[in-house]
Design a binder for this molecule. Structure first.
Ligand code: PMP
Length: 389
């Protein structure tokens, strides 16, 4: 019997075998010519994946929270005003980080599963003199996707830097940094980028870099200070050795392989694949009679789905049964309703086969929990949604 489960949480996700092979290759010196070449290529490929030809990429050893911390530490000075467009737990985390560096933060929130309207955001932008606005592209606690393009367009008229938390979106949801005037986008390796956890990735626009260079006060974080990292990234890009702190050599090698795979697939094709797989998953969930956390279907992300438990089914029983069927799913995360829903991640190397397996495991668990429905309904709806494209 196969002793392997299918990991379908919203990160970490299942990884491609070539990426894992790169991770397992002998570790090079961080200043060896072969590694310098790999690091340089990874930085160049990041520009293509973030669709930001003139951006400054940073690859740091750390998780997505470090990427957020680095953005806050380097762009905020005490007393700066910041606007957080909140769609859940991770949006609020960004606010807390900015506050830690002395920002005066205004949060625009909405009920769980909703998102602040463009009108509301514009009203706030008009009245406040904001240095920076954060937008969580997909808040993984709710599965809500923000309209980053329109929000960035509003910001362009009112001046703040636009910082996008793309941890659950970059390389899965459509994000065109330069074209949409995004000043900083960040992510982590373990989601749609398709590399095991351990890398924080940032792409900094020329405007954000200028704002950093115009700082009057020192950066209050030693490791994340861009002054320590910019010359390192420039050196690797110029294929020269450099050191500030030891890079995660094996993870960078794996990243370089994954970025090449992403670029080979093509960004547009990749966005479309994520959309098609998401549509199939959501059709399956809907056919089983389960609601979803996003309050409107257009609020639902392409990288994950957040179904609500039907009446009579509890998370502990349901998730244990899903695991028994060989699939790992995540429970709810939003502090206001975490016991009411579960989360399915579908990003990176995900296939329609993974979605069908997941839906089969969900059906199995629902049946074990006594929920009445016709077996096969969810799988069948997903298949139809996927192949009737
Ligand atoms: N932002 C979002 C949208 C996330 O989904 C996560 C992780 N789930 C983070 C930030 C934090 O990333 P990490 O756990 O890698 O620190």
């Amino acid at each position: 019997m196969k002793n392997r489960t299918l990991l379908m949480i919203p990160g970490p996700v299942e990884f491609d075998s070539e990426v894992l092979a790169a991770l397992g290759a002998p570790t090079a010196s961080h200043v060896a010519p072969n590694f310098i070449e790999i690091f340089g290529q990874a930085l160049e490929q990041m520009r293509e994946v973030f669709i930001c030809p003139d951006g400054q990429p940073l690859i740091l050893a750390g998780s997505g929270t470090l990427a957020m911390d680095s953005a806050g530490a380097n762009l905020i000075e005490p007393g700066d005003k910041a606007l957080v467009v909140s769609t859940g737990y991770f949006s609020d985390r960004f606010g807390k980080i900015l506050e830690r560096y002395g920002a005066l933060v205004t949060y625009i929130s909405s009920p769980v599963g909703g998102r602040p309207s463009l009108d509301e955001v514009e009203k706030n932008l008009k009245t406040g003199d904001y240095k920076l606005m954060t937008v969580t592209h997909v808040d993984t606690s709710t599965g809500v996707v923000n309209d980053v393009h329109s929000l960035a367009e509003l910001a362009l008229h009112h001046g703040p830097l636009v910082v996008v938390d793309g941890v659950c979106s970059v390389a899965g949801e459509e994000l065109r940094m330069s074209e949409w005037n995004i000043d900083l986008a960040l992510t982590a390796s373990q989601k749609a980028i398709g590399v095991p956890p351990g890398l924080a990735l940032l792409m900094i626009s020329p405007r954000a870099l200028a704002a950093f260079r115009a700082r009057k006060t020192p950066v209050m974080n030693y490791y994340a200070d861009w002054s320590n990292w910019l010359s390192v990234m420039e050196s690797y890009t110029a294929r020269k050795p450099a050191y500030f702190a030891t890079p995660a050599v094996n993870l960078v090698a794996a990243l370089n392989v994954s970025l090449a795979q992403i670029i080979k697939e093509g960004m547009q094709a990749r966005f479309q694949r994520h959309a098609a797989i998401s549509k199939a998953c959501k059709a399956g969930i809907g056919a089983l009679g389960l609601g979803q956390v996003p309050l409107r279907s257009e609020f639902g992300a392409n990288t994950m789905t957040a179904p609500r438990y039907p009446v009579g089914v509890t998370g502990t029983d349901f998730l244990a049964e899903v695991t028994r069927a060989g699939v790992i799913l995540a429970g709810g995360l939003h502090p206001l309703n975490r016991s009411e829903y579960f989360r399915i991640g579908h990003m990176g190397a995900v296939t329609i086969g993974d979605i069908l397996t997941t839906l089969a495991a969900i059906e199995n668990a629902l049946a074990a929990c006594g929920y009445p429905f016709e077996m096969g309904t969810g799988v069948s709806a997903a298949l139809k949604a996927y192949y009737s494209r």
